[in-house]
Write a protein that binds this ligand. Sequence first.
Ligand SMILES: [Zn+2]
Length: 144
Amino acid sequence: MSEYFTMPEGYRCPLCPTHDDDDFCWHHLLSTPICRACSHEIINLVYDEKRIDDSALDQLEAVTGLSYEELQVAVLMPEIRHKEKILKSRDYAAKHHNSPQLDLDEWLEKERQELARTRRMVAIAKARIRVRKKAEQRSEKEIP
Ligand SMILES: [Zn+2]
């Protein structure tokens, strides 16, 4: 779903600065271009109900100042919108069909299942954020 471009020689992806990359895309959370591999990795990193122990995730939270659940919402909402578009328009779907081992209908079925799972995860993340905010407000009131 991302548009990829090349960057001037010497530019390094801030999430994996130890090597050169060819394809970059703009990342809305980091406000900087990151490499193709990291852009896929970020989605996988937040695609779990429970936070996994991962240094890339530590880094992402530190750079953005967001909690895991807030990252889930910020990263997965564009994915949800993208999948909704795919399922609404066959033309759009055909353009973004990127799974050579599945025909368009099989792929759409997979996207439909992933959309349901992604929506559920975002709903859980939002509920957790709400619960935490309420707990924080309560503890603020207790301070005399
Ligand atoms: Zn990278």
